[in-house]
Design a protein around this ligand. Structure first.
Ligand code: ZN
Length: 204
């Protein structure tokens, strides 16, 4: 079995963490009995945090401050669009703060958050909800192990007890790839539904 006990490239790391904003507001956390697992060196977590974890051992705790540029980027005030309400699907449930998957004329899909709703228009914000924020992590390393070859190849960890949710998405992609480009709408709809069920932002 693995004798790896230090956070480094190619290790699967389990983290308990709390993420606070400068205001002290807790925006995300994961407790020791249900830690976040990530593959170190595979862009699974934001760079400003990943970098500061290198060399930590199981049981180590650390406070890490991440500037916006090393987190979710600066807030871009031009990355906001007001769209006529009639351009959005009629059955779309519009609530402030809801994440929507929006497709532009070129077929590119981006995530946007509903910022304002008027009778005739909707203001969509394409910034990440944590853009422009300094992030304050308190982390504890719960576990470190060597990644399997399969995990390295996939670029993410595989859970021991649960279905691999990452691979479910990958399988979906393969499934849809069998269709022609004409059927891309189908995939877009699927993505959209997935997104609506979970409107909590991915924070790490
Ligand atoms: Zn996988």
């Amino acid at each position: 079995m693995s004798t790896v006990d230090t956070v480094r490239e190619g290790a699967v790391v389990s983290l308990a963490y709390t993420l606070r904003l400068q205001s002290g507001e807790v925006v995300d956390f994961s407790e020791a009995d249900e830690p976040l697992e990530y593959l170190h060196g595979a862009d699974n977590i934001i760079p400003g945090l990943e970098r500061e974890l290198i060399g930590l051992h199981i049981g180590d705790k650390k406070d890490v401050k991440v500037e916006a540029t090393d987190g979710y980027g600066e807030y871009d005030a031009t990355d906001v669009e007001v769209v006529p309400r009639k351009t959005l699907p009629k059955d779309m449930e519009l609530k402030l703060g809801t994440a929507l998957m929006i497709q532009d004329e070129d077929g590119n899909i981006s995530e946007a958050f509903v910022r304002e709703i008027s009778p005739t228009s909707v203001t969509l914000d394409f910034n990440h909800p944590l853009a422009g924020q300094q992030l304050f992590f308190s982390v504890e390393v719960i576990g470190v192990r060597e990644a399997t070859e399969e995990e390295i190849a996939h670029g993410h960890p595989h859970g021991v007890f649960e279905e691999d949710e990452f691979d479910e998405f990958e399988e979906d992609d393969e499934f849809y790839d069998e269709f022609d480009d004409d059927d891309e709408d189908l995939e877009d709809e699927e993505d959209f539904e997935d997104e609506e069920e979970d409107d909590s932002p991915d924070t790490v």
